[in-house]
Design a protein around this ligand. Sequence first.
Ligand code: UDP
Length: 475
Amino acid sequence: MESPKPHIALLSSPGLGHLIPILELGKRLLSLHGFHITIFVTTTQASTAQSQLLNSQTVPGKLTIVELPPADISSLVRPDTAIEITICIIVRESIPALQSAILAMTQQPTVLIVDIFGIDAFEIADQFQIPKYVFITSSAIFLALTVYVPTLDGLVVGEYVDLQEPIRVPGCNPIRPDDVVDPMLDRKHERYSVYVDICFRLLMAHGLFLNTWEDLEPITIRALREDIVTFTPPIYPIGPLMRSVGPPIAGRECLDWLDMQRTESVLYVSFGSGGTISAEQLTELATGLELSQQRFIWVVRAPTKKDASATFFTSGNGHDDLSEYFPDGFLTRTREVGLMVPQWAPQVEILSHPSIGGFLSHCGWNSTIESIMNGVPMIAWPLYAEQRMNASILTEDLNVAVRPEILPAKGVVGRKEIERMVRRVMEGEEGNELRGRVRELRSSALKSLNEGGSSYNSLSQVARKWEMSDKNMRS
Ligand code: UDP
């Protein structure tokens, strides 16, 4: 008789940028290894995009999804609480519900996988005496900096952003002080100490999965294994995992519009699930797009000055009439060349459409790999979190993107510069070169995911380990 398969529980912290890759990891463990998979989802408020995703036909029926009750965090956060602290609080407040849900299961999980904001749930793994893993849904360089932060904390005096020299994480390419992750921007802020605590506790995991692949970040992956911290848990690059193309529940009209455009003639503009820009920047972007005379699809949200991640918890919600925010006459003048999509668009389906020729992106890691997997060159427009580091990898190490002179998070990028960047990516020799390189990356990504490839083998190695330990426990 065939022995029962391990039961893997995955816990997603709030945010589509976490839920999407966690779902994909669950799907891959199910399809390649036949494991039982339960995905626990934490939230605080209903998001249209999240319910569309969880109800989509691309989620296999065999995969169990448990939406934990929305956490009531009203007395625990202030309007100015940092986004990652809010995420951690939501996860923490969801732990009793997670515990009850696991206790109620007939076959309890044998492994727990969380994302970086779910580390508080390690206590559940310890309680049930099962191994705990972290899926870093970002790049290897992000993880390298993160595991090195406790050391840097002791070495560096003053603010990281004031350093005159790049930050040197052993074995890795230098990191520009301006590119550090948001919690490192102000060491006196509570968010820095929360981050340092996460960095320490990450090392208690039995293994760290990464949504990258050996050939994309070879230097950093080697450094993670050999140079940075002596007792780093085993590193498993298993990516790129991205949502597969499916029948879009909403947004079919974008694809119909794209069907009518020439091959590689449209720029896709989107700032991920949470990104927003200021009113002034929105005007410059609109004018720059118009000046470039290129075709575009733009996922638009109401501008806001104070928070570049304003829609993170409410992806897809919001008003659809955003006409008041555009320059006078812009919508009429660009009617033939531009399509405005309010709030949320079927991104993977758009990026895989042959009419797309470029992506102006906030460089969230999911968006980054979706662009690479579709062979689409980028304009890097980082806003928050670790996006500045991602933008640097794309422009400097991989040469598949152009970026503005100033950091969009620090000032307003002018219309002329936007026009120039759009033309560089969409027209002429430079655009073709960027496109050629991004297609090479796509080939290397596909190779890593296919049977015998590095990411395939990495996941199989852990899967075998889990099967063995399940067998040993039963015998
Ligand atoms: N996304 C989408 N439609 C949108 C905006 C975002 O489908 O209008 C998806 C996108 O394809 C990606 C995820 O949401 O998979 C965003 O993740 P990412 O890491 O790029 O950025 P984050 O939102 O976490 O900052």
